[in-house]
Design a binder for this molecule. Structure first.
Ligand code: ARG
Length: 467
């Protein structure tokens, strides 16, 4: 899927912006309002802004420094920390990619539910059937060899950006500062512990909306001029950040936190409806449906591509390297979408399915992100390049903080997703006749994965972890 066309600065920025905005932007205000008042939300954005820009620069720097490691970000973990980390990073990225698609499924059905009441809420039997139809439609397209063509990206980028811009431009005039500052730190006033826990609650939301940054900056390598690469990354990330901050701040100036948190999904549609009337919700829902279908297609491609590339790289079992006559990674695609289909059923049992699924997708991607940041620190000593070293450190701190902020439940659930990977890891080694013995620390790490997964399992059964 490598394209060679050279791009100018504006096209690059559009590419960076387009590859991050998917579903998150449309429901973010409600998702943040679930746990945070305006003050904590702003602090959350400052932390995210610094962390994500650092992380984006890490990905960019690594893609320039290590152009041969182009099979996905797991290759940084593999190169830097050995095969088990490499495998786990690939596994986690893949799991995150398809879990995210389940989040897409429920949100898109909820949006369609605005027009067709049978799907209302996106979490009933009708929605699961509807989502399954969409799933296998995307599957079919990819099997036929469709891949994210430039023109699909252009159309979806335009269709998602226009409603968002209109929302911002119009809602500004209805922004009520008193509403925004009402209970700014929470109903009990300011307290460190309260604000800290509110800030933490926003971290998986703000991470989710930036997922895709790893691919976006790599694509900016297609710049016409070298100096545009860095510029496009920073301008693209700052523009997306600005758009996100505006969406959430403006929403909190139109409705109180309680009102926002209680809105159906997608929040933005209902906020805009409150501002301009019915057409607002219609516009936003249509924008969302197009945006998500585009993102769903792209992430299906990523999710299927990764095991396929990893198999060619001897990181995943051979079976996954199979292509069909259209050069689509068939086995990998069937496996991935098969799992999505199975997990779609959980939408019936979870309370806030969209929120739960994207939070899980965000925490699953933390390991590949974290290992990439660590790799940069390992690769570039302070005396060699102060700037890149410091960027690596900031990105590392951000990802470690995210694990902490996500909280114990998500750590445990994530381990429940990672632990089964160990079996595949072992199987892969046999598959290729790799005789290397795992190092002591790798075995210890596997032990920790398994123990935490067991705790998670018990937690779910006994209802201590609920979702
Ligand atoms: N299917 C996925 N894993 N998607 C991850 C990308 C999420 C993207 N930033 C969004 O807001 O929608």
């Amino acid at each position: 899927m490598k394209e060679t066309k050279q791009l100018g600065l504006f096209a690059l920025i559009a590419l960076v912006v387009g590859s991050m905005i998917g579903s998150g932007a449309f429901n973010m205000a409600g998702d943040m309002a679930l746990g945070a008042n305006a003050g904590a939300m702003l602090i959350g954005w400052v932390i995210t802004g610094i962390g994500i820009i650092a992380l984006g620069l890490v990905f960019q720097n690594l893609s320039i420094k290590k152009p041969d490691l182009d099979s996905g970000i797991y290759s940084y973990a593999k190169e830097g920390f050995g095969p088990f980390f490499g495998f786990s990073s690939a596994w986690g990225y893949w799991v995150s990619a398809w879990l995210g698609n389940i989040a897409y499924a429920t949100l898109v059905m909820s949006s369609i539910g605005y027009f067709i009441p049978a799907f209302e809420g996106g979490q009933n039997v009708a929605s699961i059937i509807g989502a399954s139809v969409l799933l296998w439609l995307v599957h079919y397209l990819v099997l036929r060899g469709v891949h994210s063509a430039a023109f699909i990206n252009t159309i979806t980028t335009i269709c998602k950006v226009i409603p968002i811009f209109l929302f911002i431009l119009i809602t500004i005039f209805f922004f009520n500062i008193d509403k925004f500052t009402f209970d700014f730190w929470g109903s009990g006033g300011f307290s460190w512990s309260e604000v800290a826990s509110q800030v933490k609650s926003t971290m998986l939301v703000t991470l989710w909306v930036f997922i895709g940054v790893e691919g976006a900056v790599v694509m900016s390598g297609r710049a016409k001029s070298k100096s545009d690469v860095g510029k496009a990354t920073v301008i693209g990330l700052v523009s997306v950040l600005l758009i996100y901050v505006l969406i959430t701040v403006l929403s909190m100036g139109v409705m109180t936190r309680e009102e926002l948190a209680a809105l159906p999904t997608p929040t933005m549609a209902y906020v805009f409806e409150a501002v301009v009337g019915k057409w607002g919700a219609v516009l936003i829902n249509i924008g969302l449906i197009i945006s998500i279908m585009g993102a769903w297609l792209s992430w299906t491609l990523f999710a299927a591509e990764l095991p396929y590339e990893a198999a060619k790289d001897k990181v995943f079992p051979k079976w996954l390297a199979k292509e069909n006559k259209n050069k689509a990674p068939v086995n990998s695609l069937w496996l991935t979408n098969g799992l999505v289909q199975v997990f779609l059923i959980t939408l019936l049992f979870t309370d806030k399915a969209y929120n739960f699924m994207f939070s899980l997708a965000s925490s699953a991607i933390l390991i590949p992100y974290m290992l990439s940041a660590f790799y940069q620190v390992k690769l570039i000593p302070f005396r060699e390049n102060k700037k890149q070293f410091i960027i690596g450190i900031i990105a590392s701190i951000y990802t470690v903080w995210l694990v902490y902020a996500a909280g114990l439940d998500y750590l445990l659930l994530t381990m429940l997703l990672y632990a089964p990977g160990i079996i595949i890891y072992k199987y892969t080694q046999k598959d290729y006749g790799i005789t290397r013995k795992d190092a002591k620390f790798e075995i210890a790490l596997m032990g920790i994965f398994v123990i935490l997964a067991v705790i998670a399992f018990v937690g779910i059964i006994t209802g201590k972890i609920d979702f």
